[in-house]
Write a protein that binds this ligand. Sequence first.
Ligand SMILES: [Zn+2]
Ligand SMILES: [Zn+2]
Length: 231
Amino acid sequence: MTRCCWCGQTVHVPLTVSGVFSFSRLTPEARCQSCARKLVWIDPEIACPGCSRSQKTAEWCMDCLKWKKQYPHKDFSHIALYVYEGLFREWLQAYKFKGDYRLASFFRSDLRQAIRSLKPIDIIIPIPVSEASLRKRGFNQVEGLLEAASIPFLPVLEHIGRGKKQSEKKRAERLNSPQPFQIKEAFKEKIKNKRVLIVDDVYTTGRTIFHAREVLEKEKTAQIQTLTLAR
Ligand SMILES: [Zn+2]
Ligand SMILES: [Zn+2]
């Protein structure tokens, strides 16, 4: 019997006929139905095609139009799964900021499903955290999510930024923050001509994702897709 890693309720696994046969290939949910219902899913039909911001229509949002100006030759279409509010916010607070590693599995089946629905990927690259955050929390929260979902990844990027964390900055400071990432020497050859997926927990201004894209593009990756749990 599995219990919801957030609220402790029993997780019921529906055993349909097809379920019985495909059971071993499914990732059992680590959260109950009532928690799942409290999450607000982003409907791609009415989200910004550039960043998945939940809107009334699928038009490019103001933020993305600015990114297009800044990166005119880049194609981007970020995927985010949930709206950053309510239970998602509470979960992130407990998992990332309080450092409760057991909550990493809350989104494991979403992550696996989302990655299966993308274009083919050779390497999955998590956004790294600073040395200071790593010492404080004890783990990289993005790697934690991938590990909990048994998704293989390569820690290609390293965080070399100093000063405040993105989450402590005001919006203007975030947008103007300098490049905090570099590629670890050992991975430079491995990513050439590869199709990569960058994974992070939340997309806020897009600054972090575009910084990561920038350093990877310099190393001639073949294609870059980006995914976060929330926007
Ligand atoms: Zn629950
Ligand atoms: Zn957008």
